[in-house]
Write a protein that binds this ligand. Structure first.
Ligand SMILES: *[C@@H]1O[C@H](CO)[C@@H](O)[C@H](O)[C@H]1NC(C)=O
Ligand SMILES: *[C@@H]1O[C@H](CO)[C@@H](O)[C@H](O)[C@H]1NC(C)=O
Ligand SMILES: *[C@@H]1O[C@H](CO)[C@@H](O)[C@H](O)[C@H]1NC(C)=O
Ligand SMILES: *[C@@H]1O[C@H](CO)[C@@H](O)[C@H](O)[C@H]1NC(C)=O
Ligand SMILES: *[C@@H]1O[C@H](CO)[C@@H](O)[C@H](O)[C@H]1NC(C)=O
Length: 427
């Protein structure tokens, strides 16, 4: 016990006393484990000054498994010697075990550990060397804990890290170097924290190969236009203070719904763009509209969508609930359009003329003051009209990406007198 060095007990003392006091964790040997296969329950070490230590005999039966799940336990500190006894472990899940503290030495011997899931615990503060020995980690899940600050060097030793999930914590600020030197990092999730801004060079070392970044439901007021160069999926929905969004990155999927956005400018290539439920969104600029395939703009305050005349690859367009939209006829350029939703009022009357020009349209949703009508093209007469067994599942398959609203009634084009009731489908 006296071999504990200062940083080690600093970890514990910071939680318990908030100062570096000389206090050591009392080690309690775990001589037997209650496990079904690789799932072990009922470990009870609630004292923050105590730490469980796995023994050889208790671990014996787990040697055949490459993953271990600790569940329904109370472990104030992550147990010691798990990997010294079970060096074959590739994955460790410690789920809802009220873990607060993690000592550096817990990861001694973790030479095969690639996935660590600590989701749903009570982790609040960590020493910056907590993961120093977990060098083979590829996926780290710290979602649903109570972290407020992340020590700057916490992830630095995790050179092979690919995915990190920090969602549902209380993180208020994040250091620009928190992910530095993590050259394999591809997925970052910061949803559900309290971030007001993100450093513009947060992804300095990942810029070229970041695949997915999500920071939904924070308090973001800004998002630096040069933060990302190219990405598959960027999610920023639910940041009510985000008024302007300017992105120069190439983005396969952008989600920024429900944000309070007023203007959006997309300078790079954007393929799928969801901006619905931004009631103050007045300005949308898309510099490369020829790449757009999906565009969802329901419930915005847009008036012009000039770029639609150049959106030759558009497949889905939702402009429901845009009161003063004047450019709808422009979409006749979108020969590939398969799904269209809009609100009908007498201003859109002339837009109806262009519908027959959209030869690929197979789903049309028209909202109006009395409700909503959904038209589905009769692609296959056998399937739709003559086939008595059409069900919602088949419809869903046909419509692929469309989520039918809960209150949708589908009335098939039936022969008068057909006794079948209209079909009700919805998500
Ligand atoms: C991460 O932890 C959260 C919270 O416990 C859980 O919901 C999520 O499924 C976990 N993710 C993975 C990939 O295990
Ligand atoms: C991260 O955690 C959240 C919820 O805790 C979950 O919804 C999400 O799927 C997780 N993502 C990954 C990549 O584990
Ligand atoms: C929508 O734009 C009009 C001006 O064209 C403005 O008066 C109105 O307040 C805007 N609505 C919202 C919700 O911002
Ligand atoms: C739509 O235009 C009308 C008349 O030009 C205006 O009174 C109304 O506020 C506008 N609605 C929105 C949401 O901008
Ligand atoms: C639009 O509808 C309103 C009310 O239903 C009507 O008063 C108006 O004349 C209509 N305008 C046109 C151009 O049809």
């Amino acid at each position: 016990m006296l071999s504990l060095n200062c940083p080690n007990y600093l970890l514990i003392v910071v939680f318990v006393f908030g100062a570096c006091e000389s206090r050591q964790l009392e080690e309690v040997a775990v001589k037997s484990l209650d496990c079904r296969q690789n799932i072990c329950l009922g470990l009870d070490f609630p004292d923050t000054l105590e730490v469980a230590r796995f023994t050889k005999e208790a671990s014996k039966r787990l040697e055949v498994h490459d993953s271990l799940i600790l569940h329904s336990s109370h472990l104030a500190n992550l147990p010691r010697n798990v990997f010294r006894n079970l060096p074959q472990l590739v994955e460790l899940d410690v789920l809802e075990c009220k873990v607060q503290g993690i000592e550096r030495r817990c990861f001694e011997g973790s030479r095969n550990l690639r996935r660590l899931n600590l989701g749903g615990n009570l982790i609040k503060g960590l020493e910056d060397n907590a993961f120093e020995l977990a060098t083979e980690l590829e996926e780290l899940n710290l979602s649903d804990n109570q972290m407020e600050d992340l020590p700057t060097r916490l992830f630095l030793p995790l050179k092979k890290l690919q995915k990190i999930n920090l969602s549902s914590n209380n993180i208020k600020t994040i250091s620009p170097v928190i992910f530095s030197q993590l050259m394999s990092l591809k997925f970052v999730n910061l949803d559900g924290n309290r971030l007001r801004e993100l450093p513009s060079d947060l992804f300095r070392d990942q810029r070229k190969h970041l695949t997915e970044f999500s920071a939904k439901s924070n308090h973001l007021e800004r998002f630096a236009s040069n933060m990302i160069v190219s990405i598959q999926k960027l999610s920023l929905s639910g940041n009510f203070g985000l008024r302007r969004l300017q992105l120069s990155a190439d983005i396969d999927q952008l989600h920024a719904t429900n944000c309070g956005l007023e203007s959006v400018a997309l300078r790079g290539r954007a393929i799928s763009v969801q901006l619905e439920d931004n009631p103050s969104l007045k300005e949308l600029r898309v510099s490369q509209p020829e790449h757009l395939e999906q565009l969802y703009l329901a419930n915005t305050n847009l008036t012009r969508l000039d770029f639609l005349s150049r959106s030759k690859n558009l497949v889905d367009l939702d402009v429901t609930g845009i009161e003063n939209l004047s450019d709808l006829p422009q979409i006749t350029a979108s020969r590939e359009l398969e799904r269209l939703s809009f609100t009908y009022d007498n201003k859109t009357l002339e837009s109806m003329d262009m519908l027959p020009e959209l030869k690929n349209l197979n789903y049309l949703e028209i909202s109006h003051d009395k409700g909503k009508e959904v038209f589905i093209k009769d692609l296959d007469a056998d399937f739709f009209v003559d086939h008595a067994e059409v069900n919602c599942g088949q419809l869903a398959e046909l419509l692929e990406f469309v989520d039918l609203p809960r209150d949708t009634t589908i009335v098939e084009d039936r022969v008068v007198g057909d006794p079948r009731k209209p079909l009700r489908c919805g998500v």
